[in-house]
Write a protein that binds this ligand. Structure first.
Ligand SMILES: [Zn+2]
Length: 386
């Protein structure tokens, strides 16, 4: 996003990720636009547009960052608009919205989200006779993705299975190539699931246990939806415990998150945990993979530390993960498993940690030890020489 003067010189360059980002919702297209811009304090209808400027800038648009803007975007396009710059949520332009509900159109408009103060600043620039140049890096590609599923065969095939699951996809990287690590959302849940599989692998449970790592959650729960509609074993009367964001460093209790249809199961799980002194809250929202199960009348909850502060940003890294909170989540799961006669000893007593931070710490210690012994040897030599 640049401001260009009459001599075609760039007089102001706005920084992607710091000053603005692309909006991927509605009729959002990739591309470039340059030319005059018309400014609005509030734009609610394409009939307000009087100029034939290809770029529209507004401090207030009828839609923030959601799919409902689709028809509005197309009405702007029909009025000759090539790019819309608008103000929405100034806080963090590195925040990636989930890709679900994204409706990419080759023939839409460029959509840029920025802050109120930058809208005001650009207004000044255009009033001084400058023009704008704007581009959007939005790209949509179709690809095949896979879930990763494992199971421990139960001794009693007439019992319904237990599904333990977590999504292992995330939002990838942005147009600057900055990686969004997704440590909390949802490497935490994926690691948790792998650890469950490691702990339970030697059990010979009555019921079948399925370990499901789902893909495409951020694109709209696609992997879990496919799994529920094409299950490897019958899911009749099955129960699912999903893990999405476990181990927040914030001092918050576990949330037992579910959706319509699983209310009594959710309340049973919540009460069970509470009666074992495990503090928890319940919440009903269709925003993680439990929803695919609930929609198909299968009891499901997500164990989640509901702390959205750093998710979908480059700051979602391992520094924000609390081992203590993960342990509490294991206690909750272990309590549930015991109630289903799975697991003989408390799971929490058997977990191990191996994080990249620890490895770094160990390497640092080794380096420090190595260099201090070198210094020590060196000193000895000096001593000898002296
Ligand atoms: Zn997630």
């Amino acid at each position: 996003l640049n401001v260009i003067n009459k001599d075609k010189k760039v007089i102001k360059k706005y920084e992607y990720g710091k000053d603005f980002k692309e909006c991927t919702y509605g009729a959002s297209s990739s591309g470039k636009a340059a030319g005059n811009a018309e400014f609005f304090d509030s734009l609610y209808s394409s009939s307000q547009i009087k100029s034939n400027s290809p770029i529209i800038i507004t401090k207030k648009a009828p839609f923030g960052e959601n799919k409902d803007s689709y028809d509005f975007d197309l009405s702007l396009k029909n009025a000759g608009v090539k790019a819309l710059i608008y103000s929405w949520q100034e806080s963090n332009f590195r925040f990636r919205s989930p890709y679900k509900n994204q409706e990419f159109k080759d023939d839409g408009i460029i959509k840029i989200i920025t802050s109120n103060s930058i809208c005001e600043e650009i207004k000044k620039y255009i009033n001084e006779g400058n023009i704008l140049e704007v581009s959007s890096p939005v790209q949509v590609k179709s690809t095949a993705a896979k879930n990763v599923i494992a199971k421990i065969e139960g001794k009693n095939p007439s019992l319904p299975p237990l599904v333990l699951s977590a999504h292992f996809d995330h939002v990838g990287f942005d147009a600057d190539g900055i990686i969004y690590p997704g440590a909390f959302d949802n490497a935490s849940g994926t690691g948790f699931l792998l650890e469950c599989a490691r702990i339970l692998k030697d059990e010979s449970p009555e019921r079948t246990i399925i370990f499901a790592a789902f893909n495409g959650e951020e694109e709209g729960l696609i992997g879990s939806k496919y799994f529920v509609e094409n299950p490897p074993v019958s899911l009749k009367d099955a129960e699912c415990i999903n893990f999405d964001m476990v181990g927040s460093k914030s001092d918050i209790p576990l949330t037992v998150l579910s959706d319509k249809g699983s209310e009594s199961f959710t309340s049973d799980v919540s009460k069970l945990l509470r009666s074992n002194s495990i503090e928890n809250e319940t919440l009903y929202e269709a925003n993680s993979d439990h929803a695919s199960f609930c929609e198909n009348h299968i009891n499901a909850v997500t164990f989640i530390h509901n702390d959205p502060m750093k998710i979908h940003t480059p700051e979602d890294n391992i520094d924000n993960i609390s081992e203590e909170q993960i342990e509490k989540t294991y206690n909750a799961l272990s309590t549930y498993l015991s109630s289903r006669n799975i697991g003989n000893t408390p799971v929490a007593a058997r977990i191990t940690y191996e994080t990249s931070n620890n490895n770094t710490l160990i390497s640092i210690i080794i380096i420090v030890l190595a260099s201090s012994s070198v210094i020590y040897i060196y000193r000895k030599k000096i001593k000898k020489t002296v």
